[in-house]
Design a protein around this ligand. Structure first.
Ligand SMILES: Nc1ncnc2c1ncn2[C@@H]1O[C@H](COP(=O)(O)OP(=O)(O)OP(=O)(O)O)[C@@H](O)[C@H]1O
Length: 129
């Protein structure tokens, strides 16, 4: 392996480490992210119990990923604003509200998707027993 490809592999590993560190920090400090991680774990357990099809699994995993990724971005925006605008400023407040609104939208979509996929299966299961 030449030194150029070694360097680029090292850079990728270092980049991944920084990203993992960011996720770890978010998971350890952000209450909303912790709640969403628990909800995601619960959803995956219910999905496994209800034996979803491959397409249903893909949809569920995508909406979970959307919510978690948006929460991470929202956290980054909050931190950035805390750094740039530690004092009260209506614009800083508006940006935080809008960023939180994006997470809320994704959560609503995730709830709707979960209801559409899970409710008929839960109904069928209850009817069966
Ligand atoms: N610098 C600021 N200027 C004006 N309003 C702010 C400011 N910081 C926060 N706010 C208002 O307070 C709300 C909550 O902000 P905060 O940063 O506490 O976010 P949070 O959702 O409680 O997340 P976290 O608990 O992770 O900090 C914002 O959505 C915004 O309306």
């Amino acid at each position: 392996m030449n030194s150029d490809s070694k360097d680029s592999k090292k850079k990728r590993t270092v980049g991944f480490n920084y990203a993992a560190r960011g996720l770890k920090k978010t998971a350890l400090t952000e209450r909303n992210f912790q709640i969403q991680l628990c909800a995601a774990a619960l959803t995956l357990i219910v999905a496994a119990l209800l034996q979803l099809s491959a397409v249903e699994w893909i949809i569920i995993i995508m909406v979970i990923g959307l919510v978690l990724a948006l929460e991470v971005v929202n956290t980054a925006i909050e931190r950035l604003l805390d750094y740039l605008s530690p004092e009260f400023h209506p614009l800083a407040g508006a940006v935080k509200d809008i960023s939180a609104g994006a997470v809320l939208l994704a959560v609503i979509v995730a709830l709707l998707v979960a209801m559409i996929i899970f409710l008929p299966k839960i109904n069928a299961f209850l009817f069966y027993i």
